[in-house]
Design a binder for this molecule. Sequence first.
Ligand SMILES: Nc1c(N[C@@H]2O[C@H](COP(=O)(O)O)[C@@H](O)[C@H]2O)[nH]c(=O)[nH]c1=O
Length: 154
Amino acid sequence: MAIYFYKVCEPYGCFSNFSPHPIDIQGTYWSTVEHYYQAQKFVGSANEAIIPIIHAAATPEQAAALGRDRTLQVRRDWETVKTQIMHVAVRQKFLTYPDIQSILIATGDELLVENSPTDYYWGCGCDRTGQNYLGKILMSVRQEIRELALVSDQ
Ligand SMILES: Nc1c(N[C@@H]2O[C@H](COP(=O)(O)O)[C@@H](O)[C@H]2O)[nH]c(=O)[nH]c1=O
């Protein structure tokens, strides 16, 4: 049975990038994966000044709204790098928090799907035809953590 997740307050809400799990990336703490992801859109762009504002956003919803401001130009390579950036942040989250790492591992080999009604890239969209890249990253991180556990058992 596939596992569908989306809102933090719903089952498997810890798989959402909006979940309240701060991450340390290269010595900087970000309140959520979403804060980090949205800020990375502007690294090396003319709008770098927005990065500390996104970093300080009170909620992931506010960070996302700032990052989605279409009057701000994102970095030129964003489409090329965004999936890898998300992967690094999601992996860091699940390596940092043993409780949610256990929830991820306990999903076994189930298909994980971000049930976003609007996002056809990170999620499945309202008709479930989306590419589900967030679900794919979570499944990949699940496998990476399993392999790390095997190495540490040796
Ligand atoms: N969970 C969740 C969302 N989904 C998240 O939005 C992000 C994509 O942002 P963008 O690339 O700017 O469109 C990505 O982290 C995706 O998982 N969006 C929401 O408005 N509310 C929510 O509760």
